[in-house]
Design a protein around this ligand. Structure first.
Ligand SMILES: *[C@@H]1O[C@H](CO)[C@@H](O)[C@H](O)[C@H]1NC(C)=O
Ligand SMILES: *[C@@H]1O[C@H](CO)[C@@H](O)[C@H](O)[C@H]1NC(C)=O
Ligand SMILES: *[C@@H]1O[C@H](CO)[C@@H](O)[C@H](O)[C@H]1NC(C)=O
Ligand SMILES: *[C@@H]1O[C@H](CO)[C@@H](O)[C@H](O)[C@H]1NC(C)=O
Ligand SMILES: *[C@@H]1O[C@H](CO)[C@@H](O)[C@H](O)[C@H]1NC(C)=O
Ligand SMILES: CC(=O)N[C@H]1CO[C@H](CO)[C@@H](O)[C@@H]1O
Length: 408
């Protein structure tokens, strides 16, 4: 019963709405029942907004545009408000189009087009004005930074509406910043900060702040290239794998650091380099023109900048002429020696621990097995069932204790 009533009601509403639509359509012929047609407009600050109002059919009734403050801008082709930015584009019985040049954020709001029939028919059009963000600025970086300094880069852009979005890139990889948006009048000031500890890998890295906004076809970008001062790091490279007597040999002290650590100082076995013609030092390079057994020893290069001092060492062993030695680099072996020793040591310790565990476990198992067997044997001997056997076994604890000692 209820269901049928509801169905009838639904059908009735459907029919009613269909007739209503048909009714408005037939009435639209005359301007009496017709509402003017407008469209919402979105324009970038400083641009031009065209406000168009149309009626499909009109018997010379006037159209009018008024602003959000309800002031009449144009009544037909007659200008009502004195504002040189507002101009008439087209006025006819079917259309009233006006233009607002050099739009500002304060022009935003609801504009009204009225058709002066009896009664007056009005339609609203919303004018949205986009605020263009300013070019971003990066602050907070005092060149140069020192290694381990904690710095905060802040990128700021103002004047956007709606609020712009800020993204950060470290070289070309995006990194996450912390964004803060504040309203200043009708527009927004957006800030994004990145805080991090700088290290030598940051030296020369470009941090880019990118501002994205609906009013921009391409984002605005600003880049800051970091300069980081850090202590030198040295490494010695050698020209021969297996230096032999009589050969030409060269060592190079490869250094990084900012500022560039100079000069590089060479020494041998903790003292000065021997003053011999065969040995030539040119900046980072140490050349021995003809190797001799007496050249073996520890060579060290050292360099500093205002961030610190560093050194690297190379152990030279000069082999006899035509030495049929190993094909591998003995110096490299020397360098990797500690690694092998370490691995060996670790393996030995692991093996030792495993052996200990096996022994302990073995003893433990043996002991328990013994106890268990003892219990089993003692309890089950004179018990009629399993339960009694267990009780008996517990009672014979002292015996088990005695037996246990045997197994240890
Ligand atoms: C407004 O109309 C003028 C011509 O009347 C046209 O040049 C301009 O592009 C239009 N502006 C917008 C935002 O539609
Ligand atoms: C509209 O006005 C014009 C001149 O102002 C006149 O020539 C025309 O006949 C009028 N039309 C109607 C439908 O009243
Ligand atoms: C025009 O803008 C107003 C206010 O933003 C909104 O409520 C309305 O739905 C819009 N109308 C159209 C046709 O987009
Ligand atoms: C935003 O406003 C808060 C307080 O309302 C203030 O602490 C902060 O400094 C402001 N930030 C900007 C970006 O102006
Ligand atoms: C190495 O030096 C010693 C003395 O400085 C010299 O007697 C010897 O001939 C040199 N050996 C070679 C292979 O040049
Ligand atoms: C480390 C090394 O090989 N040292 C040798 C360098 O040469 C002198 C003299 O020939 C030897 O006595 C060192 O044993």
């Amino acid at each position: 019963m209820m269901l049928q009533l509801r169905l009838i009601f639904i059908l009735y509403s459907l029919c009613a709405s269909v007739f209503k639509v048909a009714g408005t359509k037939s009435k639209a012929k005359g301007s009496q029942g017709q509402f003017p047609i407008t469209q919402n407009v979105t324009v970038v600050e400083g641009g031009t907004a065209n406000m168009t109002c149309r009626v499909d059919y009109n018997d010379n009734t006037s159209l009018q545009w008024s602003n959000p403050a309800q002031q009449t801008l144009f009544f037909g082709d007659k200008k009502a408000l004195r504002d040189h930015r507002i101009e008439l584009v087209r006025a006819s019985s079917q259309e009233l189009t006006i233009r607002i040049n050099d739009v500002s954020l304060s022009d935003e709001g609801q504009y009204t087009c009225s058709l002066f029939t009896m009664p007056v028919k009005t339609t609203k059009a919303f004018l949205t004005v986009l605020g263009v963000p300013s070019r971003p600025e990066i602050t907070g970086f005092a060149k140069p930074a020192m290694e381990k300094d904690v710095i905060t880069l802040t990128c700021t852009t103002s004047g956007s509406k709606p609020a712009a979005n800020i993204r950060w890139f470290r070289n070309d990889k995006e990194v996450q910043g912390t964004m803060e948006v504040n309203a200043t009048g009708k527009s927004f000031t957006v800030k994004s900060s990145l805080q991090f500890q700088v290290n030598k890998q940051d030296d020369g890295v470009a941090y880019t702040c990118s501002v994205e906004h609906v009013s921009l076809s391409n984002p605005y970008m600003t880049t800051e290239v970091l300069e980081v001062h850090y202590a030198p790091q040295l490494e010695i490279t050698h020209s021969l794998i297996l230096p032999q007597e009589g050969q030409y040999f060269k060592l190079e002290c490869v250094s990084i650091g900012n500022p560039i650590p100079e000069p590089v100082l060479w020494s041998k076995d903790g003292g000065e380099l021997p003053d011999i013609e065969r040995m030539i030092v040119e900046g980072r390079e140490l050349t021995i023109t003809i190797l001799n057994k007496t050249d073996n020893g520890t060579y060290r290069c050292e360099a500093s900048n205002h961030m610190g001092t560093s050194f690297a060492e190379y152990l030279l062993f000069v082999y006899a002429k035509d030495f049929p030695g190993p094909s591998t680099d003995p110096n490299a072996l020397g360098q990797h020696g500690p690694d092998h020793a370490l691995i060996g040591g670790v393996v030995a310790v692991v093996v030792f621990i495993t052996l200990c565990l096996i022994i302990v476990l073995g003893r433990y198992l043996a002991r328990h097995k013994g106890t268990y067997l003892t219990h089993e044997a003692k309890g089950s001997e004179d018990a009629p069932d399993a339960d009694t056997a267990i009780i008996n076994a517990e009672g014979n604890h002292v015996h088990a204790e005695e037996k246990k000692e045997y197994f240890i």
